[in-house]
Ligand binder design. Structure first.
Ligand code: B12
Length: 467
């Protein structure tokens, strides 16, 4: 019998009229937890819902069947997009097995812990942020039947009242952590192999949920430990393409040049893609990255308007973004430029400045990825909205959803979504809890979202086969 069942509910699953986009990504967050729990003698049952086949993964009975014979303690990992579904699953699981202890973790429940604990008895404990130290302390307390007041980093319920225990200090020596428990997975079953080289980001972009989740504090792994892990994945599992997806990967020039030369001297025949930042790169760095096997760089450009870039505290200008994207398009086979549109303070003039850049970049062969703003609960922009800074209202629109919270329940096409009768209950659930799921809502859709969406559709940035 296992002591705990850990369930990955982080999926990349997007339904279009003519196909379903699925990509299986190694669930790193949970694999780190498996390693530390096994190190402390716990028997862990790891279940990755990405592997749950079947026509419709979002059928509660199907998910409950996937969770059959799970351990007395069940921990779910989810992001904001599947938080609603995960809560419905937790409710159904608890209704069938009331004796189980249900734990939530990951980016999804962050900043809405109290609301979840007030509304859903099915959830007993929420682990906030970094989980390695907290999950071990929590398991020690739960298996010993001890009171939970002393476990830092959790929110839970005592005598029916939500309790927020003191925060857990961040892990400052990531090299000391055991590597993710890759041995627990059939690694050949996956398409995306991420390696995390750092945690957190010091920047304060107002629309971003990552930086607040990691308290705007970045902790970096040593270049040696990252390259050693890449060697292990290459030699043991034949991984040849790595996703270095942490936001602060290009933290500084010195570290990046060290990483590139360490990877070159390792002589691994591998390639990699990564997130970068306009104001943190220069030509020498970009050429060193390409020379060390980087074939795909991804930038958060966000807007072509300096007024908007200032408002969201991005820290660079549209002109500089143009220069860096132009240079990158000459150096790398693939370049992505993420844009965000639909900010409450984004005038149509600001918006057209973004559209101008999008068209320009697309002509340079850059992949332009426009994202409708998502008011994720952790973000400064959502707090500003709640404080009345922008006026206006957030609305649930059954035909619109930000890319960031596409759930896979809906059918996406040309920037719109269609909800089947079968999937309606999930969206009724979302609309019924705007305080828990603000990321799904639109600010003034008729005047802010729809006019801009029409322009983006007319210019082909949204089509029937794209989100
Ligand atoms: C890799 C990644 C993916 C991968 C896989 C994720 C996975 N974990 O399996 C894939 C490609 C599937 C993915 C998809 C999406 N992603 Co993504 N992804 C990331 C990324 C870049 C790294 C995640 C990671 O590995 N972190 C490192 C590990 C160590 O941290 P962790 O996973 O958070 O886990 C730690 C803690 O959270 C905690 N923990 C986590 N789970 C649990 C569970 C329990 C029980 C406990 C106790 C603790 C615990 O302990 C872990 C160890 O400390 C993050 C950005 C980031 N830096 O976090 C974005 C991020 C998580 N993704 C995000 C989003 C929105 C998405 C999408 C939903 C939308 C989109 N268009 O991108 C899509 C899915 C779309 C769809 N419908 O299909 C957002 C989530 C926002 C939010 N507030 O929830 C992030 C934060 C990016 C961002 N800039 O906002 N993503």
């Amino acid at each position: 019998m296992h002591d705990i069942t850990l369930v990955n509910m982080n999926l990349l699953y997007i339904v279009y009229a003519d196909r379903v986009d699925r990509e299986l990504h190694v669930p790193l967050g949970l694999l780190y937890l498996v390693s530390v729990l096994e190190e402390h003698g716990y028997r862990v049952d790891l279940r990755d819902y990405q592997l749950a086949t079947g026509e419709n993964p979002f059928d509660i009975e199907h998910t409950l069947a996937f969770l059959e014979d799970s351990a007395p303690i069940v921990g779910f990992s989810c992001m904001a997009n599947l938080l609603p579904y995960t809560l419905l699953v937790a409710q159904a699981l608890k209704a069938r097995y009331p004796e189980k202890t249900v734990i939530l973790g990951g980016t999804g429940p962050t900043a809405v812990e109290r609301g979840i604990l007030q509304k859903f008895d099915a959830v007993d404990i929420i682990v906030r942020g970094e989980g390695e130290r907290t999950i071990v302390d929590l398991m020690d307390a739960l298996t010993a039947g001890r009171d939970l007041h002393s476990v830092a980093g959790i929110s839970w319920r005592s005598n029916g009242h939500p309790i927020e225990n003191r925060p857990r200090p961040r892990i400052t020596d990531l090299d000391a952590l055991p590597w993710p428990a890759y041995h627990r997975l059939d690694m050949a079953a996956y398409q995306g192999y991420g390696v995390v080289t750092s945690r957190g980001c010091p920047y304060r972009c107002t629309f971003c949920s990552v930086a607040p989740i990691w308290e705007h504090q970045a902790v970096l792994r040593s270049v040696q430990s990252v390259v050693a892990e890449m060697r292990h994945l290459f030699e043991t599992y034949g991984v040849t393409m790595f996703l270095l997806q942490d936001e602060y990967f290009v933290s500084d020039k010195g570290r990046m040049l060290d990483f590139c030369s360490a990877l070159k001297s390792a002589g691994l025949p591998v390639h990699w893609k990564c997130f970068t930042r306009i104001n943190l790169v220069d030509e020498e760095m970009l050429r060193a990255m390409a020379d060390a096997g980087c074939v795909h760089v991804r930038y958060g450009v966000e807007s072509g308007s300096d007024a908007v870039l200032r408002q969201v505290a991005k820290g660079f200008t549209a002109r500089r973004a143009g220069e860096v994207i132009a240079l990158s398009a000459q150096i790398f086979p693939e370049v992505d430029a993420f844009f965000i549109w639909g900010f409450p303070f984004e005038t149509m003039t600001d918006f057209y400045k973004s559209v101008f850049q999008m068209v320009l970049f697309r002509n340079w062969g850059v992949r332009v990825l426009p994202c409708l703003l998502s008011f994720l609960p952790q973000t400064a922009i959502y707090r500003d909205y709640l404080a009345g800074k922008y006026g206006g209202q957030l609305y649930f629109c059954p035909d619109l959803t930000p890319e960031y919270v596409v759930t896979g329940h809906e059918t996406s096409s040309a920037g719109h979504i269609a909800i089947s009768t079968e999937q309606r209950p999930l969206f009724d659930f979302i609309a019924a809890h705007p305080d828990l799921f603000p990321g799904f809502l639109q600010w003034e859709p008729e005047t802010n979202v729809r006019p801009k969406l029409k322009v983006l559709c007319d210019l082909g940035f949204y089509s029937n086969s794209s989100l």
